[in-house]
Unconditional design. Structure first.
Lengths: 654, 474, 233
């Protein structure tokens, strides 16, 4: 056994771990103090790395000055601004979905900001003391690697000192559970959270600046690498800094050892290395046991679902319209329309899972991909309806599998679990040549049923209209059913559900199954629409974007789903005309900012529209919301103090 | 040669690692182009480079369409007085006929180029559009083809197959054909290329598009030129142990066999099968140690994107690994030199493109001079890369076929003429590929990075065509 | 019960009998909610057992314990905010009916409970718009709709007026009369004294005293410790 080789990789592993540790620590600090898992953590770091590049390379400032300004002035400023402007306003006590959506939106906004400010040229950041290295016990170690380790150690001991010995630190640990305690100590909770966000930003920036020299200074790479740090944070149970460091160490060293010792030939193993952090994340989730209770979070208004009859009539009308209108549309326009319909179906699956049941899924497009790939892989001999069924059911099972480790834990872990899985799928499954068939894309057939071929653009459009209507009605049926109410209860107060005798885990798994099945079926049609699917179609980033757009328009309703899908499909057409750099920055900025603005209201823009239109609708359609309870015989009221209400009122407007 | 082009292009696939080559159009350029086209330029007629002043218009694709496409149009009849006698050959039946095909009017021929410009890999293949546009500008300055000016409409797939499909559906009804397309997401429309039978002068990245009858130029994926390796063996007769590392992206692996066999034919011994290397890995020390342990003296990097190359080099330095031969097939832009400077010295490159080798090439070869001049003229300040070469070359083939087809051109006659073009050589700046067989010859140019930049190593000028053989490996 | 380094409950023994209302009083932070969480299974104990009718249920998951008959309300409201009060109560019955086919129609059960607890006047209000006092009653109603045998009530009178408090007291005695075992955690000492058959006094992890209301009132240990409890919110 070559000891020297082992030490070479251990050294590199330790230096990489140091970076993960710094990043994960920043994440955990903000989580402990504010209760928010900041998905934008990596993106903020990336932004700061660009700022540092701007100062030190572009403007030519001396390195220490640029570092100091970036990490000690700009980073904290960003952190405090985020806390004051966004977190405090939006996020206190908000639902998990809201918190996640806001931080995801921030991720998108920061990426857009970088694209807008610096454009898309590839840049590189020089390492600290670039190229210089020294010899230690026969090993070649660069100065940069040494600096990363030193940085991590400084962070570790600095934070330990902060948390144990200073008032601020103690207050930071207490402020989530016990804001009154902070006041007693003489520190306002506002100061404490602001400080923690400032710290989190600086740490994110430091980590990004340390890792950037090894890569391109580029938006996607940096953001993703810091996502790897999530695994370390999870190992640390999102609360213990020492455990986080251990997690980071495992992450970094195992990555290097895999790179060193795994034989190069095998494609599956070769894809393993970049996926390793996410495998670890998954494993960490599997072995987690929860001692802290899920928090009780804010609930929001629900739109009253229309009755079944209305749903079917409107649906039939919609299909009729689709049939007539489609004759006059060009293939290009039919394509856009079909795309919109498919995305409406995908969003509806999200509405069921995240809107109705409060389980945040960051991998919806991965489910879509599984469905598409399955239909593409099944032999032509299979009748299309059977292929559809297989696509749906297998995807449903995958959904259950993904949810399994995390379902009994806090909601944030489900979100992390889905994110990890999405990235794993990107790398290991969709990136695999065997899966996508030789070249880089896989052919997927269009529907053909009972010998009728629906492969023309027009026929497909009409079929998709039918499918979308079916999906919408399916969702409404669930929404109106007891199962729907149970899911809403789980979303609103999972602890209470447990104590009332509901097997919450099973309920969550059921809804994951249903949602994944829907997404899988939508995926089959998605693949057919595009005729060929490839790795690019199902990237985790698309799942994030779909979630954001769904939230903007209303993740709790059918109309929100359709509006969101329309927006999703039309926006690229609108922004395509903007100047190259501006255009690329424009799309994420629009989506991100809109999402932040609307995050507080899950009923979204669609909800506002409906509220505005409701009086008119009532008159036109005679639409009355479904009764939420049967009418009440007058005699049942007993105690004299209680007013006898007008019991004919049914389903009051909200 | 073509194969490598494709594979290098495939590098841009991994969104997550931002492997982008080429550069974006600088913001100022759009205004400059408009200025050019409206005749605000100051160039005078007279030189044989045909820098004729033009009065131009920016036309739109169709009323109501978004006007963001860049078009290069010009009418030159007034300028030099040589109204319809451009330098090139003219078909005898060149009178412009009636419009018989979409994209063909008495005064204009319109084609489109779908590239990957916006999206996660910005500007990835936009060079292909620009190269073709520059070629058209040159042809238009010489009177166009049969009195018609050439217009190139740009489509952008945003690295999204669905959007690529949309672009195809939008553009196909309006153009004679597609020229200089280089869409990384073309999987979204390859089936439509076949269905519509539209002339497609470009390289589909999706393999299922490459064998189509209406796609040109024709290439073969089963032969490789062993020339470079034969040369290397000649220069280093004692070196035997070799290794190939390739970027683990998309279709690259499917094409690595050829290189492996070529190396072996030339007398090198691969210590292990070609090694896939992750594009996003921040650190290649593992591979470097592996090579060191096995005593590899000839390391060959296949389809490594520039930044991967930089990292690999850095890791080699750290581990003090200096094999005798450091080969690669990446030198299509000068980022390598900018990033590594003299640290990159010693690398040798067999996929060299004449325009990028050194400024002296322009003096030795008129096509190279034209290429550099016209790209600079139409898109000042933009960085050139292999995509510009590809676009330029496709445009050249298209124009050649167009001239053969004569004045009454339609899709069918164009397809016929395309099939009759005898040779494809990137408009004179690349190696020759026989058409329609796709057969290559043994020509190559070897470059070496010396003193912080790429220099011609062998031969002293032109191509080396006498070493090695064309090996059929499949 | 170790909790983040702080010993929340240390050697607490508590028994609750059917047909009786047992009270649990003590200052804030003394560990009462933790005790509830341990009993109904939302938090595991570091040591010790929970037994129901002689059966050890310590290993059972929360919903299993609930199905055996353990019901509770929450101090920090765990109401289904997006639904109406009626829907909340009905859900208690609906959840029960999911696993117990013999349970009556949820609408019927809900109507019955709404009447008994006195909630009809807020039936159609959104639960998260209700004032705390009524929301707590809704939680109580919801728990009742699931038909528990043991009821753990965490500060149910918080936010209620004096009259409403009295009504609640009557309801509790009524429920106990039906055979429920009720454990009542309260700040309102008068309510506790008036309603409970037995009272445990908890003080930062230990039981200070156990006895009838009268005995507890007279206990010295309690008097010392409770200086200031009446001032607690």
């Amino acid at each position: 056994m070559d000891v020297e080789k082992l030490f070479v990789f251990l050294t590199i592993g330790v230096s990489v771990s140091a970076i993960y540790a710094v990043s994960a620590t920043g994440l955990v600090v903000t989580y402990i103090t504010s209760g928010v898992f900041n998905f934008a953590h990596g993106a903020i770091g990336m932004f700061l790395a660009f700022v540092y590049w701007e100062l030190s390379v572009n403007q030519g400032w001396p390195v220490p000055l640029a570092l100091a300004v970036t990490l000690l002035v700009i980073a904290p400023a960003i952190g405090v601004a985020l806390d004051v402007l966004v977190m405090r306003r939006l996020v206190q006590g908000a639902s998990l979905a809201t918190k996640l959506v806001v931080t995801l939106a921030l991720l998108v906004v920061f990426q857009g900001a970088v694209l807008g400010i610096w454009g898309v040229e590839l840049r590189t950041l020089p390492a600290f003391l670039e190229g210089r290295q020294y010899s230690l016990a026969g090993l070649q170690i660069t100065y940069h690697q040494t600096i990363t380790v030193l940085a991590a150690l400084v962070v570790a001991f600095g934070l330990r000192f902060l948390f144990k010995r200073t008032r601020l630190g103690v207050a930071m640990r207490a402020v989530v559970d016990n804001p009154e305690l902070c006041a007693v100590k003489g520190l306002s909770p506002n100061v404490v959270t602001a400080a923690s966000w400032a710290m989190g930003s600086s740490l994110a920036g430091l980590a990004a600046i340390l890792i950037a020299p090894g890569l391109n200074l580029e938006v996607n790479t940096l953001s993703l690498l810091v996502v790897s740090a999530y695994a370390a944070a999870v190992v640390g149970r999102l609360q213990s800094l020492p455990a986080t460091f251990v997690g980071a160490l495992i992450l970094g060293v195992s990555g290097e050892l895999v790179g060193a010792y795994v034989p190069a030939g095998n494609e599956w193993l070769a894809n393993l290395r970049p996926a390793l952090p996410f495998v670890l994340l998954f494993v960490a989730l599997l072995v987690r046991s929860e001692t802290r209770l899920p928090e009780k979070l804010k609930t929001h208004a629900e739109p009253a679902p229309p009755p079944l009859r209305t749903g079917i009539v409107l649906g039939g009308l919609a299909v009729g319209v689709a049939l007539t209108v489609s004759g006059g549309l060009s293939p290009f326009q039919l394509l856009i329309g079909s795309k919109g319909l498919i995305f409406a179906c995908i969003v509806l699956s999200l509405v069921l899972l995240t809107g109705l049941s409060g389980q945040v899924s960051l991998m919806q497009m991965s489910f879509v991909g599984i469905g598409a790939v399955l239909v593409g892989k099944l032999p032509e001999a299979f009748p299309y309806p059977v292929a559809l069924a297989v696509a749906g059911l297998v995807t449903g099972l995958v959904g259950v599998l993904v949810a399994l480790p995390a379902v009994r834990l806090r909601g944030i872990y489900i979100a992390l679990s889905t994110l990890a899985f999405a990235i794993l799928m990107d790398k290991i499954v969709f990136g695999n040549r065997d899966v996508l068939g030789g070249g880089t894309t896989l052919a997927v057939e269009r529907p053909n049923v009972f010998g009728l071929d629906f492969s023309s653009e027009r026929a497909l459009f009409v079929v998709l209209a039918v499918v979308a209507v079916v999906f919408a009605n399916l969702f409404l049926i669930v929404r109106r059913s007891r199962f729907g109410r149970l899911l809403t209860a789980v979303r609103d107060a999972p602890n209470a559900c447990q104590t009332l005798g509901m097997d919450v885990t099973r309920a969550k798994l059921k809804v994951f199954f249903l949602s994944a099945t829907m997404a899988g079926v939508a995926g089959a049609f998605f693949g057919g629409l595009q005729s060929r699917v490839g790795q690019l179609d199902f990237l985790y980033f698309r799942s994030l974007t779909v979630l954001l757009v769904a939230t903007i328009f209303g993740i709790t309703s059918v109309s929100g789903a359709f509006l969101g899908a329309a927006f999703f499909v039309v926006l690229p057409e609108l922004t395509r005309n903007a100047d190259s750099a501006g255009g690329q920055a424009l799309q994420p900025l629009i989506i991100g900012l809109l999402a932040i603005l609307t995050a507080r209201r899950p009923e979204g823009l669609a909800g506002r529209l409906r509220a505005a239109l409701r009086p008119a609708l009532r008159r036109v359609i005679g639409f009355r919301p479904v009764a939420s309870r049967p009418e009440l015989p007058i005699e049942l009221s007993t105690t004299p103090e209680i007013d006898i209400r007008e019991v004919g009122t049914v389903g009051a407007a909200r | 040669m073509r194969r490598y082009l494709r594979l290098l292009a495939i590098l841009v696939l991994p969104v997550l690692v931002g492997a982008a080559c080429g550069s974006r159009l600088p913001d100022k350029t759009l205004e400059t182009i408009d200025a050019e086209l409206t005749g605000a330029g100051t160039r005078q007629a007279g030189s044989d480079q045909a820098f004729a002043p033009r009065s131009g218009e920016t036309t739109e694709v169709a009323p109501g369409e978004a006007p963001a496409e860049l078009t290069t149009t010009s009418t030159t009849t007034a300028a030099t007085g040589a109204a319809s006698a451009p330098a090139g050959a003219v078909a005898t039946n060149c009178r412009p006929g009636a419009a018989t095909s979409p994209g063909v009017t008495p005064g204009e021929i319109k084609v489109a180029s779908i590239v990957t410009d916006s999206g996660p890999l910005p500007g990835a293949t936009e060079g292909s559009y620009r190269g073709a546009a520059a070629y058209f500008a040159m042809v238009n300055s010489q009177g166009g083809v049969c009195g018609r000016k050439l217009t190139l409409v740009k489509g952008d797939d945003g690295l999204d197959p669905a959007r690529a499909r949309g672009e195809f559906l939008r553009l196909e009804p309006k153009v004679l054909g597609f020229v200089g397309s280089y869409s990384v997401a073309d999987s979204g429309y390859v089936d439509l290329i076949e269905k519509s039978k539209v002339p497609y002068v470009g390289l589909p990245i999706d393999p299922s598009g490459r064998r189509l009858a209406n796609v040109f130029p024709k290439t073969r994926e089963d032969i490789i030129n062993t020339g470079p390796f034969a040369w290397w063996k000649q220069q280093h007769p004692k070196v035997t142990k070799a290794a190939i590392l390739f970027a683990d992206v998309g279709g690259v692996a499917a094409n690595i066999d050829g290189t492996a066999k070529a190396m072996q034919k030339a007398g090198f011994q691969l210590v292990e099968p070609p090694i896939a290397v992750g594009v996003a890995d921040p650190d290649y020390t593992g591979q470097v140690r592996n090579l060191q342990d096995k005593g590899v003296e000839f390391v060959y990097l296949f389809a490594f994107e520039v930044n991967m190359h930089v990292r690999f080099n850095r890791n080699m330095r750290q581990q003090r690994y200096e094999p005798e031969i450091k080969g690669s097939n990446v030198a299509f832009n000068d980022r390598f030199s900018k990033l590594l400077k003299t640290d990159g010295d010693g690398w040798e490159n067999n996929l060299a493109y004449l325009p990028f080798l050194d400024p002296g090439e322009a003096k030795r070869s008129k096509p190279v001079a034209d290429f550099l001049a016209w790209n600079q003229r139409v898109f000042p300040g933009s960085q050139l890369d292999l995509f510009n070469v590809a676009g330029w070359g496709r445009a050249a083939m298209f124009v050649e076929a167009l001239r053969k087809a004569g004045g009454e051109v339609n899709r069918t006659s164009l397809l016929q003429s395309l099939g009759q073009v005898p040779v494809y050589d990137d408009g004179g700046i690349g190696v020759k590929i026989a058409q329609p067989s796709g057969a290559i010859d043994r020509c190559f140019v070897m470059a070496r990075h010396e003193g912080g930049s790429w220099k011609r190593k062998h031969p002293a000028n032109g191509y080396e065509c006498g070493l090695g053989e064309t090996l059929k490996f499949k | 019960m170790l909790f983040g380094g702080v010993l929340a409950l240390d050697d607490v023994e508590l028994a609750v009998d059917a047909g009786q209302v047992t009270g649990l009083i003590g200052p804030n932070g003394a560990g009462k909610t933790t005790l509830f969480n341990v009993v109904c299974g939302l938090q595991p104990p570091t040591r010790g057992q929970v037994a129901l009718d002689g059966d050890d249920i310590t290993a059972l998951r929360p919903f299993d314990r609930a199905r055996r008959g353990v019901g509770r309300t929450f101090q920090r409201l765990e109401i289904f905010g997006s639904m109406t009060a009626y829907e909340n109560v009905r859900l208690g019955a609906e959840i029960r009916q999911q696993w117990d086919r013999s349970w009556p129609d949820p609408d019927e059960k809900a109507a019955e409970v709404m009447a008994r607890v006195g909630l009809w006047h807020v039936a159609d209000e959104r639960a998260d718009a209700l004032p705390t006092g009524h929301a707590r009653l809704v939680e109580l109603g919801r728990a009742l709709a699931a038909g528990p045998r043991v009821l753990l009530l965490d500060e149910p009178s918080s936010g209620l007026s004096e009259d409403e408090s009295d009504q609640l007291g009557l309801l509790l005695r009524d429920l106990a009369g039906d055979g429920l075992a009720i454990l009542l955690v309260e700040h309102d000492v008068d309510l506790v004294m008036g309603v409970c058959d037995r009272i445990h006094v908890l003080d930062f992890g230990h039981i200070l005293a156990v006895g009838t209301p009268g005995e507890v009132r007279r206990s010295e240990a309690v008097q010392q410790a409770s200086l200031g409890t009446t001032a607690a919110v």
